[in-house]
Design a protein around this ligand. Structure first.
Ligand code: ADP
Ligand code: ADP
Ligand code: ZN
Length: 229
């Protein structure tokens, strides 16, 4: 049987803009599979292998994992998720691409698969808001759901609403590591927005609003792009 061609969406924005939060809300409504390269790396790091040691070496410093390794791991995961009987339209890519080289490698990989990019959602929040969002962030150690101590607290203190597991703080959500990651974002990742803007793919979204208002806006805008096909 010939492989179906898929339609993908990217969600971009600085650390703390709410990409993970929005992706979890909009992906099921649009029949997209949410994949975060950060979550992929954290899963590998939870194990004990040569690969986990190598990846930990980058992530713990707040540095980027090398492009070739990142792209290989991502595309293997995409093949795994969209293969077989999947009812998904495509992926919602979160945390990828992070630089121009990754954006171009993604173009090549999608062309080889016969897939297309439908839109790049750019969730933006002023830089001065990001630190308090990130230092108050809580994540589920089991399912990856994201909360905030004040802005989006779980129903029961320290416990995930979705799966009941314990919430933790990410080891790279310290003020120092956040500053380092944000610097990389503005230097290396933000310029990629111009690449997608020039391609007519960018959808600018104000991320400094209530969570549900943002997700409804994203779903509406993307739905009309899918419907236009
Ligand atoms: P990203 O994936 O872009 O780094 P997250 O989705 O993890 O961002 O969100 C960062 C933090 O900000 C989390 O603690 C989250 O609960 C909180 N947050 C997300 N969206 C909003 C919003 N619209 N208003 C206030 N806080 C938010
Ligand atoms: P954040 O966006 O808050 O920096 P993520 O959860 O997206 O966090 O990623 C955590 C870490 O995983 C990053 O600091 C980086 O080391 C690594 N990483 C994630 N995505 C990529 C990518 N596309 N390329 C290289 N490294 C990545
Ligand atoms: Zn959970």
């Amino acid at each position: 049987m010939a492989k179906k061609s898929a339609a993908h969406v990217i969600i971009m924005g600085p650390q703390g803009a709410g990409k993970g939060t929005q992706a979890a809300l909009v992906a099921p409504r649009l029949r997209l599979e949410h994949v975060s390269t950060g979550d992929l790396f954290r899963q590998v790091m939870a194990g004990d292998s040569e690969l986990s040691t190598e990846i930990r070496g980058y992530v713990d410093r707040g540095a980027l994992v090398p492009d070739a390794l990142t792209i290989r791991m991502l595309m293997e995961y995409v093949d795994e998720v969209l293969g077989g009987e999947s009812e998904m339209r495509g992926m919602l890519l979160d945390g990828f691409p992070r630089n121009q080289a990754q954006a171009e490698a993604l173009d090549v990989a999608l062309r080889e698969r016969g897939d297309r990019l439908v839109s790049v959602v750019h969730v933006d929040v002023p830089r001065e808001r990001l630190m308090e969002r990130l230092t108050g962030r809580l994540v589920c150690s089991n399912c990856g759901a994201t909360y905030h101590r004040r802005f989006n607290p779980p129903k029961v203190d320290g416990v995930c609403d979705v799966c009941g597991a314990t919430l933790t703080q990410r080891s790279d959500d310290t003020p120092e590591a956040v500053e380092r990651r944000l610097s990389i974002y503005y230097e290396q990742t933000a310029p990629v927005l111009d690449y997608y803007r020039a391609a007519g793919l960018l959808l600018d979204v104000d991320g400094d609003r209530p969570i549900a208002e943002i997700s409804d806006g994203i779903v509406e805008a993307l739905q009309s792009k899918f419907d236009a096909d």
